[in-house]
Design a protein around this ligand. Structure first.
Ligand code: NYM
Length: 217
């Protein structure tokens, strides 16, 4: 009896797509556009965001951001991280079942915003080690000054020009050659066009069985 080598089984899955950037960079509208586009073209897709304010931890974060409570810088950092951990297993099962996730902020926001307050970068990264790594990180690039000109900030904690300048530097230090940097000062349509290209390539790689990896390895 002859045994043929069986071809590698391809585990098709959804893509984990993360958008990052300063406040007012246009992330949230672009996430919405990508979600509609993928949905209309027949893909299983969900729009996620961090912080997820719907959980118990998320409500603590939300009240902190609204200046309704004060927390030690390290305590709030760990809450943001816990908020991602509480969604980790759902995230993995969605991806395994073939659903692509468009995620508005993730661990990079966690590190960029907390390290901008002066916390050590490695300390900031540590609690997120072992979360699923995104298949692509898209950074919507805009100067803090330009972002501030866009209809003003919402008045939440962190939404101040001086602080955003420091956050921009933290993002720069955190980014690596795998990040897709998109000029967020282009028209909404031009940004969207670039994002679609990046996202479709990534979705395809995941359909062809791109393996999962974890932060920060
Ligand atoms: N933020 C967001 C953090 O400081 N750490 C994190 O881990 C995450 C996910 O929360 N200014 C900050 C960035 C934003 C704020 O986000 C709320 P949004 O996208 O405005 O809801």
């Amino acid at each position: 009896q002859i045994h043929m080598a069986s071809p590698e089984k391809i585990d098709s899955r959804g893509a984990l797509i993360v958008l990052e950037g300063l406040d007012r960079c246009g992330k949230t509208s672009q996430c919405g556009r990508l979600h509609s586009y993928l949905e209309e073209s027949g893909h299983a897709v969900e729009l996620w965001r961090f912080p997820d304010r719907n959980t118990g931890v998320g409500q603590m974060i939300s009240s902190y951001l609204a200046n309704q409570s004060n927390l030690d810088d390290r305590a709030i950092h760990l809450l943001f991280s816990a908020n991602r951990w509480e969604k980790r297993s759902l995230m993995e099962s969605k991806l395994r079942s073939g659903t692509t996730l468009i995620v508005d902020r993730y661990s990079f926001s966690g590190v960029a915003f907390s390290s901008a307050k002066g916390l050590d970068v490695e300390w900031c990264k540590a609690p997120d080690a072992g979360l699923l790594a995104p298949d692509v990180v898209i950074y919507l690039d805009i100067s803090p000054e330009k972002a501030a000109e866009r209809g003003g900030y919402g008045g939440e904690r962190y939404e101040k020009l001086e602080f955003q300048k420091t956050v921009a530097q933290s993002y720069k230090a955190l980014s690596d050659s795998t990040w897709k940097i998109v000029d967020a000062t282009l028209s909404i349509e031009d940004v969207e066009k670039q994002l679609k290209g990046i996202v479709m390539e990534c979705v395809e790689m995941c359909q062809h069985g791109k393996p999962f990896s974890q932060l920060w390895r």
